[in-house]
Design a protein around this ligand. Structure first.
Ligand SMILES: [Zn+2]
Length: 345
C-alpha cells in the first residue's frame, strides 16, 4: 500500500510499504480523508515529528479488520481518531490527575506502542482500538475529518471556564480559531469577535457566528471601548500561533480576564510577568483534547450545531499532490480552508 513519509525538511516521499500488521488490541482503518493541519505544515518545514504517526493525524476512515480481543468495534464501522479514556494506571492517573494521563497524551501524538510507523497520509493505518470513536449517524465523512481540530478547540473552551455572557476575542481565524469561535458561542459567550489579517477568513468568521471581525488589534481596541463596558475582553483565545500574539492578547483582555493559549509557536515570546500581574490576568494553556472533547464535537456535528462544512476545501487531493500542497501551505499561498487528503483516491 502507499504512504507519504516525511524524510527531511520540506521533503516527503510517497512509498510502497507493507500493509500494517493487525495485532492484539488494534484495528486496521482504511483512511477516507486526512486533513492537513498546522502541525503537519510545521513538521513538513522542519522535517521533525514527535512520531511518524503524528504526520497526518486528523483522519476519518473505515475499520477493515479488528484484533481478536477487541470488543465493541466491527468491520465497516466509520471511525475517527480520538483520545482513549484515562488509563487509571500511569503515575498521573494513580495520583488522581487523570486529566493528564500519559496514555492519552501518547495516543494523541502517535507515540503509543500500537501506532503505525506512519501517519494517515496513507491508504491504511493501525490504531489502538481504545482511541477510535464511531462517527454518528448523519455526520458527513469529510466533516468528521475535522473532529480532531474541533476537539482541540473544545478543550480550549472548556479550559477557559467561560461564563455566561462573556465577551470573547479570538486571535487567528484559521481552522482552530473558527472552530473555537463557534464553540465559544455555544458555551454562552455574548459577543465573539475575531482578529485576522485575511479578509476571506474575517468574512467566513462573521458568516458562522462572529459578531465582528478586525484585521488587527487597533480596530478591536476601538470596538472594545464601545462594547466591552470600556474594560476589554473577558476571555481571549490565542489561536494564531505567532510568537507575539500572547502580548497582543494582553493588550485586549480586561483586568482580571483570561487568556487561553491554543496555537503553538516554537519561537520564544517576550511576555513579561509584570504585565500579567499588573492586570491580574489568568493565563491558561490548552494541550490536546480528551475523549469527552471528542464526544462533545461529534454530538454537536450530529445535531448540526457545529458548522464545519465551510472550513475545508470541497475537493480533496490525492497522495501524489500532497508534496506540492504542503509547499504551498508552507509559503501561506493557500486558497480557501483546510485541505483534505484522500489517500485512496
Ligand atoms: Zn493514565
Amino acid at each position: 500500500m502507499r504512504t507519504a513519509k516525511l524524510v527531511g525538511p520540506e521533503t516527503i516521499e510517497i512509498l510502497e510499504v507493507d500493509e500494517p500488521m493487525l495485532v492484539a488490541g488494534s484495528v486496521i482503518v482504511e483512511v477516507a480523508r486526512c486533513g492537513i493541519g498546522g502541525p503537519d505544515i510545521e513538521a513538513y518545514l522542519s522535517g521533525e515529528v514527535p512520531a511518524q504517526a503524528w504526520f497526518g493525524h486528523e483522519w476519518v476512515g473505515t475499520v477493515v479488520s479488528v484484533g481478536d480481543d477487541v470488543k465493541g468495534h466491527f468491520v465497516g464501522e466509520h471511525v475517527v481518531g480520538s483520545a482513549p479514556a484515562p488509563c487509571g494506571a500511569c503515575d498521573p492517573c494513580a495520583a488522581g490527575h487523570s486529566g493528564h494521563c500519559e496514555l492519552v497524551l501518547s495516543m494523541i501524538v502517535g507515540t503509543d506502542d500500537l501506532a503505525s510507523d506512519h501517519g494517515a497520509f496513507s491508504e491504511r493505518i493501525r490504531v489502538d482500538a481504545r482511541r477510535i470513536r464511531r462517527v454518528p449517524e448523519g455526520v458527513d465523512e469529510s466533516d468528521a475529518a475535522l473532529t480532531e481540530p474541533a476537539a482541540v478547540a473544545a478543550h480550549a473552551v472548556v479550559r477557559a471556564g467561560q461564563q455566561l455572557g462573556d465577551l470573547v476575542v479570538i486571535i487567528g481565524g484559521g481552522t482552530i480559531g473558527l472552530l473555537t469561535l463557534q464553540l465559544a458561542v455555544l458555551a454562552g459567550a455574548s459577543r465573539v469577535t475575531i482578529v485576522d489579517p485575511d479578509e476571506r477568513r474575517r468574512e467566513l468568521a462573521c458568516d458562522i457566528g462572529a459578531f465582528a471581525a478586525f484585521p488587527d488589534e487597533a480596530g478591536i481596541q476601538v470596538w472594545l471601548d464601545g462594547n466591552g463596558h470600556g474594560l476589554g475582553a473577558d476571555v481571549v483565545y490565542d489561536c494564531s500561533g505567532h510568537s507575539e500574539s500572547l502580548n497582543r492578547a494582553l493588550s485586549i483582555v480586561r483586568r482580571g480576564g483570561t487568556i487561553v493559549a491554543v496555537g503553538v509557536s516554537s519561537r520564544s515570546s517576550e511576555l513579561t510577568a509584570r504585565r500579567l500581574i499588573a492586570n491580574e490576568v489568568t493565563l491558561k494553556a490548552s494541550l490536546g483534547y480528551t475523549v469527552a472533547d471528542c464526544n462533545r464535537v461529534l454530538d454537536l456535528m450530529a445535531e448540526d450545531r457545529l458548522r464545519v462544512g465551510e472550513l475545508y476545501d470541497a475537493d480533496p487531493i490525492g497522495l501524489d499532490d500532497l508534496s506540492d500542497e504542503l509547499a504551498r501551505m508552507g509559503q501561506r499561498l493557500v486558497g480557501r480552508g483546510k485541505t483534505l487528503v484522500g489517500p485512496n483516491l
